[in-house]
Design a protein around this ligand. Structure first.
Ligand SMILES: [Zn+2]
Length: 276
């Protein structure tokens, strides 16, 4: 039987979940910033079986073939299968295309909660995400804490983000994941108005804090249960390196990877979901 809960155990009533920290410099809305395409130096990581991640820049985007899964994704019934959703926040970034290649190699769908201004700064990447069969949803325009904004400002954040996703990826987002998991009544009302349900997470790998492949993999594998939504960030090379080991190890434990919309099924705009 499918169990869809609108609130997560242990985190009910918290306005702020953290678990998500954007570490790139802010990008001014409007014209893409050239500096935004420059990757931070790769953090050093302990020896791991995961292969290095090539830095990708917008220079490689035009004309490059988006990676597509080797097999057509099959329909998954999460009422019968042990489903889990990999989610990536804060991109697109310099490692997003490398991540798409890894997901295609593994034939695993994922969900990307993108920052609107970064969609504009990395032309072609949102389209590549959608073409590869992944889901794209809203993570605000510029990673602002929405609870600090007026209702009109929140509406603008959501409207601008939906618009750029539609324009660049050609898809309609269904979910909002507010930056830092920060929510209040205004955010709920604005999400409802925009037709977006609130999709949070139930497993925080803390990849943004540890920058450590082994620890990121260990948290995801240890904490994942049926219906988990796993939080990762595609702006960190270490997180992208952790993806294949996470997929391989969770598959050996019987998990099937799906998008958030497959995991959650029917959802209501303005309502929050932490897991399937
Ligand atoms: Zn974030």
């Amino acid at each position: 039987m499918r169990i869809v809960r609108a609130v997560g155990a242990g985190i009910v009533g918290l306005g702020l979940l953290a678990g998500c920290a954007l570490e790139h410099p802010p990008i001014a809305p409007g014209r893409p910033s050239a500096s935004s395409t420059v990757a931070a130096p790769l953090p050093s990581v302990p020896a791991t079986s995961a292969s290095p991640v090539a830095e990708e820049t917008t220079a490689s985007a035009p004309g490059s073939t988006p990676p597509v899964p080797k097999e057509k994704p099959r329909a998954v019934n999460c009422a019968k299968e042990k489903c889990v959703a990999l989610t990536f926040d804060d991109g697109p970034g310099p490692y997003t295309r490398a991540l798409l290649t890894r997901l295609a190699d593994a034939t695993a769908p994922a969900t990307f909660f993108v920052v609107g201004e970064r969609v504009a700064a990395y032309p072609g990447v949102a389209k590549a995400i959608a073409t590869a069969g992944h889901e794209i949803d809203v993570h605000t325009w510029d990673h602002r804490d929405l609870t600090t904004l007026t209702r009109a400002q929140i509406d603008h954040q959501l409207r601008a983000s939906v618009r750029v996703i539609r324009r660049d990826a050609g898809v309609d987002p269904r979910y909002l994941r507010p930056s830092y998991g920060a929510m209040n009544a205004k955010v709920h009302a604005a999400a409802r108005h925009a037709g977006l349900a609130l999709a949070l997470w139930s497993v925080d790998t803390l990849d943004w804090r540890t920058h450590n492949v082994r620890r990121t993999v260990a948290v995801a594998v240890r904490q994942a249960t049926r219906g988990s939504i796993i939080l990762l960030h595609d702006i960190h090379a270490t997180s992208v390196r952790a993806v294949r080991p996470i997929i391989d190890r969770l598959r050996t434990k019987g998990f099937t990877f799906v998008t958030v919309s497959t995991l959650l099924g029917k959802t209501k705009p303005g309502t929050k979901y932490f897991h399937g």
